[in-house]
Design a protein around this ligand. Structure first.
Ligand SMILES: [Zn+2]
Ligand SMILES: [Zn+2]
Length: 245
């Protein structure tokens, strides 16, 4: 069955929701896709008719086995293309998400296989999201982690282009270690863990820092920037336009 680009995009978004633990409701889907509720309703009817998703009694959406298989393939291809563009073409990682989104609908299975062979050691996209069956470590939103903690950045949960540019300007690299520092009101501050004092210190608004998943390697004794969990996973994938930047 040939799937339209729109169908693939919806499956991709639902797969991200499932990974991040975001409730797969039609309302969240409308926000995540940045489209109107009626368009979502229409597309969901089609996904159900095509046997790709099912609606439960609370109208949440769940993949069928076939739907999940297709979604995983689309998502994996997107991440592989991102890894290819950064590794082979040396395109900065804050530019590849949009490029990959265009490419992912255009490449053949055999080109995908060749790209994968060329990047035999690629386990994740340049933003930290696992490719294929590679495991995804849950992590914690950076905004909920106590000050003075040392963390390793696992992922940018939201690949919104404006956010990615901001993360790059802030000196963040997935896989690197950071120490959490005292911040101004409503912000999270950090510096590279091996830096001298405050060298390389940067600050992000709490909802933005809530989209960074980290592994806590040494838990600090200070307060967290916020105790409100919705700045974490819920903020991660929804189509917010104002990030307080
Ligand atoms: Zn992406
Ligand atoms: Zn990515």
């Amino acid at each position: 069955m040939a799937l339209t680009e729109a169908v693939q995009d919806y499956l991709e978004k639902l797969f991200w929701f499932e990974e991040a633990g975001i409730e797969p409701t039609q309302a969240n889907l409308a926000r995540g896709m940045n489209v109107s509720q009626p368009s979502v309703n229409e597309m969901v009817r089609r996904l159900v008719d095509d046997g790709l998703v099912e609606r439960d009694e609370r109208k949440r959406l769940h993949f069928t086995a076939h739907g999940r298989e297709v979604a995983q393939k689309v998502v994996s291809r997107h991440r592989l293309i991102e890894a290819f563009l950064t590794t082979v073409f040396k395109i900065p990682w804050d530019e590849v998400h949009e490029e990959a989104h265009t490419f992912e609908h255009a490449i053949s299975d055999s080109l995908e296989q060749r790209m994968y062979a060329l990047l035999a050691d690629a386990t994740a996209c340049p933003h930290g999201h696992p490719i294929g069956g590679h495991p995804r470590e849950a992590g914690e939103p950076m905004s909920l982690v106590p000050r003075n903690s040392v963390v390793r950045l696992l992922r940018f949960e939201n690949e919104d282009p404006d956010l990615l540019r901001l993360f790059r300007r802030s000196g963040l690299e997935p896989g690197d270690r950071y120490i959490l520092l005292a911040a101004s009101e409503g912000h999270v501050a950090f510096a590279p863990a091996d830096a001298d004092g405050d060298d390389g210190k940067a600050e992000l608004p709490i909802p933005v820092a809530g989209t960074l998943s980290v592994r806590v390697e040494e838990r600090g004794d200070g307060p967290a920037a916020t105790a409100t969990p919705q700045t974490g996973a819920q903020a991660a994938l929804l189509g917010e336009t104002a990030w307080g930047m």
